[in-house]
Write a protein that binds this ligand. Sequence first.
Ligand SMILES: C[S@@+](CC[C@H](N)C(=O)[O-])C[C@H]1O[C@@H](n2cnc3c(N)ncnc32)[C@H](O)[C@@H]1O
Length: 215
Amino acid sequence: MSRWGAAVTRTPEDATRFWAEAPRETLYDMMETPRWAWVEWLRVAAGVITSPGPVFEPGCGVGLLTEVLPAGCTYYGCDVNAGYVEEARQRGGRPGVTFERRDLYEVLGSGERWDWVVVTSLFGMFPEDESYRLIGAFWDLARLGMSVTTIDKRLIPRSRRLRHEFTAHDPDELMAVDLAGAVRMELRRGREMPQFKGHHWSRGLALYAWREDAG
Ligand SMILES: C[S@@+](CC[C@H](N)C(=O)[O-])C[C@H]1O[C@@H](n2cnc3c(N)ncnc32)[C@H](O)[C@@H]1O
C-alpha cells in the first residue's frame, strides 16, 4: 500500500489512476524539495549515460530530466497526466525532445527501444512487487543501459507518522535484480553525496545498469 495524504493506492491500476487525476500541486509537493535538489537528483539519474543517444523516461512529469541530459542526447518522455505533459512541452519541447501523453504500459508492449532508459522517482505509489517487474520490463527497452531512482527502504523513519507512505527499495534487493545481459551494475546513495545532506534525497538510491556495448 502507498499513501499520499488521504489517497491510498494498492494496485498498478490505482497508481496510474492516482497520477492521471493528480493536480500539478501533487507533483510539486512531492518533488520540489526544493527545486535545485529535485534537479540535482535527476542529474544523478542521468549519470548512467556514458555516451549521447536516444533516452526514454517513463513517467516524465514536467520534463525536468531534459535539463540535465548530456549534450547530443535525444529524448522521449511519456506521462499519463495530460497537464504535466502540456507543462513539459511548454517548458522544454524542442527538436529532439518529445513529450507525449501515454501510459507507460502501452510503451512496454510496443517494441520500441532506446539506448538509455532513465526511470526517475516513478515507483512511490506503485506496489513494490510491480516495481520490480517493471524494472525488468524497462531493461528490455534499453540497448545500452538504465538507471532507476528510488528511496532507500532502510532509511525511512519508522517511528513517526509521515504524511505519505511511498514504496521504497532495499539496496541489496535492488542490486540482486536479474537483468539479463547486464555486465555492470552500481548503486549510488544520496547519503554519500554532500549536496543532499539534510534533504529528502539523502535517502535516495540510484541503480545503474549497463550492457556490454555501453563502453
Ligand atoms: C513522482 S513523479 C516523477 C516525475 C519525473 N520522473 C521526475 O522525477 O521529475 C511520477 C510520474 O509518473 C507518472 N506516471 C505514473 N504512472 C504512470 C503510467 N502508468 N504511465 C505514464 N506515466 C505515469 C506520473 O504522472 C508522474 O508524473
